[in-house]
Design a protein around this ligand. Structure first.
Ligand code: H79
Length: 470
């Protein structure tokens, strides 16, 4: 929050980054009676409806770590870029130097959102604050943010949330519970700090006087559709605090969707909840993997296009566009969402390799997106072998068989049994295809040369089939 004159501010920056004094205690508000931890299924389904239909979103990891871009003292640092502070134990005051340099003059919110939309993505989740503690908006409880600490003078979250609204896509925020910069949150996790006797108390204070006020600002100012917590494994953070945080955010905005990292239920990188309990959170969060099967708990797999979330100059290990489409379809077939990451650089540019992949996926989605959006995992099964996945358009007799392998003269599947007179088409060709069904060999679809020519260099082939409604 810019309240000081330039000279005073400069003096403050030179000495250190101070946390602002605690926000004044708010007047008592009427007690909220809704217990959001015990939401009726109908209300939950209604709240989750847009998210379930969306299936495909964009994760954006962007912050001060884009400045070192994975290098420290001239050497490449192993591991994910946004963890560089932790991985080489960079002292806080040195790391602050990156935040002071962060000046992404090439950043163009409208262009990012347009690229995201053209890729077929329906929602964005951007890092309001990652583990390093640096904030991408003008926070009232700290000066460690893009407006007060960095030379850049634009509120990044404002620009992106406005652009999302203008272009009709949902805007969401990633917010780290763990914070390596806040003196009361580092506890023993960040090696820069001395172990303290009263970590639990200090962490609880950080939650009340820093994290919650930040969330209030974020929900109030940018109206996010999603809050995506992370860093919940911090050992001072408890299950009770997680439940309370969930309740707190839902009270701020009842319709918001919150991931399971708001609480302590997550089972490692597989991301779903440990079985036995009343963990808060609306969906599970497999990380860098697609869930191996279906689940009663909603879920979203988040994944990088290379091996880092935050920008790293030296990471060139890009997945192919075909692999990314395969992942998206695999997730949809199993009833899950796919949150695919970009890590823009310190100038505000999206890496070329990411842009190329977004374009490729978008081209595929223009023709085949109907097999992804608004679909569910069919009861008849979501896969056949390694290279075929099935989806069903919710509440309709339309099923989709997506194959990652170019079909030959015929395409055969056992798990689908069309009714007499139903039409089978290959998306991108659209002429009805001949087909027959037999108990022995299942469904056999004829695929004329012309159909394969029409679909050109597609990344996967989608057959749309009208079935007997089950
Ligand atoms: O923001 C990106 C990463 O910086 C962050 N999550 C994504 C979305 C992240 N990726 N990897 N890690 C954090 C490493 C964390 C690993 C562990 Fe754990 C934390 C190992 C033990 C504690 C997660 C929680 C796996 C087991 C428990």
């Amino acid at each position: 929050m810019k309240t000081l004159q330039f000279a005073v501010l400069t003096a403050l920056l030179v000495t250190s980054c101070k946390q602002k004094p605690k926000a004044e205690e708010k007047k008592a508000e009427p007690k909220e009676t809704v217990n959001y931890l015990e939401e009726p299924k109908e209300a939950f389904d209604e709240r989750m409806a847009w998210w379930r239909d969306a299936r495909f979103g964009m994760f954006i990891h962007w912050g001060a770590y884009a400045v070192p871009a994975g290098r420290y003292e001239g050497k490449e640092v192993n591991g994910i870029g946004e963890w560089i502070m932790h991985n080489v134990k960079i002292p806080i005051d040195i790391y602050e130097g990156y935040a002071k340099e962060f000046n992404p003059t090439a950043f163009n919110a409208e262009e990012w959102v347009t690229r995201m939309k053209n890729a077929g993505m329906k929602y964005m989740v951007i890092t309001s604050k990652h583990h390093d503690g640096f904030c991408l908006w003008d926070s009232g409880v700290t000066d460690y943010d893009i407006i007060d600490f960095s030379p850049y003078d634009k509120d990044i979250l404002k620009a992106l949330s406005d652009a999302c609204k203008a272009q009709g896509v949902k805007f969401g925020l990633y917010h780290s519970i763990m914070d390596w910069h806040h003196p009361d949150a580092q506890a023993d996790t960040y090696a820069g700090g001395e172990p303290s006797e009263n970590n639990e108390e200090r962490f609880a204070d950080y939650l009340e006087s820093y994290l919650k006020p930040q969330l209030k600002e974020l929900v109030g100012n940018y109206d996010p559709a999603i809050l995506w917590f992370d860093g919940e494994w911090e050992k001072e953070f408890t299950h009770e605090q997680g439940q309370e945080l969930y309740q707190y955010v839902r009270e701020l905005k009842p319709g918001i969707i919150i991931n399971n990292r708001v609480d302590k239920g997550r089972k490692g990188m597989q991301g779903m909840n440990k079985d036995d309990s009343d963990y808060a959170g609306d969906f599970g969060t497999p990380e860098q993997e697609i869930l191996d099967g279906i689940s009663d708990l909603d879920w979203e797999s988040c994944m990088t296009m290379n091996d880092t979330w935050g920008y790293k100059t030296d990471d060139r290990n890009w997945k192919s566009s075909a692999e990314l489409v395969r992942n998206l379809v695999d997730a949809a077939a199993k009833g899950g969402n796919y949150l695919l990451n970009i890590g823009p650089d310190a100038s505000g540019n999206i890496p070329e390799a990411s842009m190329k992949r977004l374009e490729d996926i978008g081209e595929w989605m223009k023709v085949n997106g109907e097999a992804v959006y608004g679909t569910e995992s069919p009861k008849s099964g979501y896969k056949e072998g390694d290279n075929i996945r099935f989806t069903r358009k919710k509440g309709t007799p339309f099923y989709y068989a997506v194959t990652f392998e170019k079909p030959g003269k015929t395409f055969q599947v056992e798990k689908l049994k069309p009714e007499e007179g139903s039409e089978v088409v290959l998306l991108g060709y659209e002429q009805p295809l001949e087909w027959n069904y037999s108990e022995e060999s299942g469904l056999t679809i004829s695929v004329p040369e012309e159909a394969l020519r029409a679909t050109g260099n597609t990344l996967a082939w989608t057959f749309k089939i009208k079935m007997v409604t089950d």
